[in-house]
Write a protein that binds this ligand. Structure first.
Ligand code: SF4
Length: 232
């Protein structure tokens, strides 16, 4: 097992020759295992002990980017990364900005497809590194597959499921889509009841399911796993 992706500052007793298991939580061991699985699937990875530490890592990623696109992630918003990008003088593309006209929103979504750095989270990820994202327009999935020069995910430990792809999809329909429908004022069964009814509502947000078997070949992608619950 490899532990080289741990942030050492949080594990003061860590040495290669004297590894003190008591300093690591079981969850961190699990994140390390998922990190290794992701690396085998072609991703760069980083394991962070907290959201704040992940935010610093993303800020470092912003250094070389002129245009930063945001995939509509509550995780990314909660870490203050939109404000961080603006403070760094980046051109930010946020299609979820409620002040945008419908025409401008379409322009922003298209711009996100070719930005320098695209930030998002996963709706769910299997412990062995398969990422699942369910999208309404497909713009977030599209930008995470091909187009941006660099894609960075921030994934809280709550997004990782023990089972396979079906469990990951079930997590999205149980934990992510209902609160997203409520947040976006969508009139769907899950917004009302909290449970997916595989609806045919015009407001349905589950139109495109992207399953990432491997890191997309031509998209440089970093997955930051965080030992903290983030987003939903
Ligand atoms: S299919 Fe419909 S009811 Fe089910 S999670 Fe998606 S929007 Fe909600």
């Amino acid at each position: 097992m490899h532990f080289h992706t741990f942030t050492l500052s949080h594990f003061h007793t860590f040495t290669l020759s004297h590894f003190h298991i008591s300093t690591l939580s079981l969850m961190n061991l699990s994140l390390s295992s998922t990190s290794s699985a992701l690396q085998k699937r072609g991703y760069e990875t980083l394991v962070c002990a907290s959201g704040a530490e992940a935010a610093e890592a993303v800020a470092r990623e912003m250094a070389d980017a002129r245009i930063v696109g945001f995939g509509g992630s509550m995780t990314i918003s909660s870490l203050g990364l939109q404000e961080r990008a603006k403070a760094l003088g980046k051109e930010v593309l946020i299609h979820g900005d409620p002040s945008l006209s419908p025409e401008r929103k379409m322009e922003v979504m298209r711009g996100e497809l070719t930005c320098d750095l695209f930030l998002l989270s996963a709706n769910a990820m299997t412990a062995d590194g398969v990422n699942v994202n369910i999208d309404g327009n497909g713009n977030r999935d599209a930008a995470s597959i091909f187009g941006p020069k660099r894609v960075v995910y921030v994934v809280g430990r709550n997004k990782i499921v023990d089972g396979g792809i079906e469990d990951a999809i079930a997590r999205v329909k149980r934990e992510a889509s209902p609160p997203n429908c409520r947040r976006l004022n969508r009139r769907t069964p899950c917004a009302a009841t909290g449970e997916c009814a595989d609806c045919s509502s015009p407001d349905r947000i589950c139109h495109v399911t992207a399953i990432f078997d491997r890191c997309p070949r031509r998209t440089s992608t970093l997955v930051i796993l965080v030992d903290e619950d983030l987003g939903y």
